[in-house]
Design a protein around this ligand. Structure first.
Ligand code: CDP
Ligand code: MG
Length: 159
């Protein structure tokens, strides 16, 4: 039941000075940060990360967005972490994301607006969509040496 998942603070979150605020949301939920680094992604790496989207209409603008500045990559662990992290992050479309979620508290734009402007949806965070994606993405972003094993207080309280 303990899972690991990948979270990225995308360039908009970094440029807006929201790194600390976003990391705080995961820490306060009791999730463990097992890996953390800042990375500048190139086009080739973007295609590997977003492999399922490469042929889609929005891919070009997504690639421009994700390569436009550094991202903060995190490996996050916890009980049912893949699903829980998606819940903390909120819906893909900021307009639809519920208040209380990261996307619902810090963004508001709709798909329709972004499509009309031919820009990517700037929704602050990436989180792996399911367990298979989480495993693939963690392997892509982190080496074994970059993933740390240590006890956190929340584990002591759920033993
Ligand atoms: O990030 P998430 O898994 O919630 O959504 P996705 O469907 O896997 O799409 C990946 C990313 O592409 C989104 O987070 C948006 O930044 C972007 N996107 C977009 O700009 N326009 C769309 N119509 C769909 C996705
Ligand atoms: Mg996705």
């Amino acid at each position: 039941m303990i899972e690991a998942t990948l979270v990225l603070i995308k360039p908009d979150g970094v440029m807006r000075g929201l790194i600390g605020e976003i990391i705080k949301r995961f820490e306060q939920r009791g999730l463990k940060i097992a890996g953390l680094k800042m990375v500048r992604v190139d086009e080739d790496f973007a295609k590997q990360h977003y492999i399922e989207h490469v042929d889609k209409d929005f891919y070009k603008s997504l690639e421009e967005f994700i390569t436009s500045g550094p991202v903060v990559a995190m490996a996050i662990e916890g009980v049912d972490a893949v699903e829980l992290v998606r819940k903390v992050v909120g819906a893909t479309e900021p307009k639809s994301a519920l208040p209380g979620t990261i996307r619902g508290d810090y963004a508001h734009v709709s798909y329709a607006y972004a499509d009309k402007k031919k820009i990517s949806i700037k929704n602050l965070v990436h989180a792996s969509g399911n367990k298979e994606d989480a495993e693939r993405e963690l392997n892509l972003w982190f080496s074994i040496e970059e993933l740390h094993s240590y006890p956190n207080v929340h584990e002591l309280h759920t033993m």
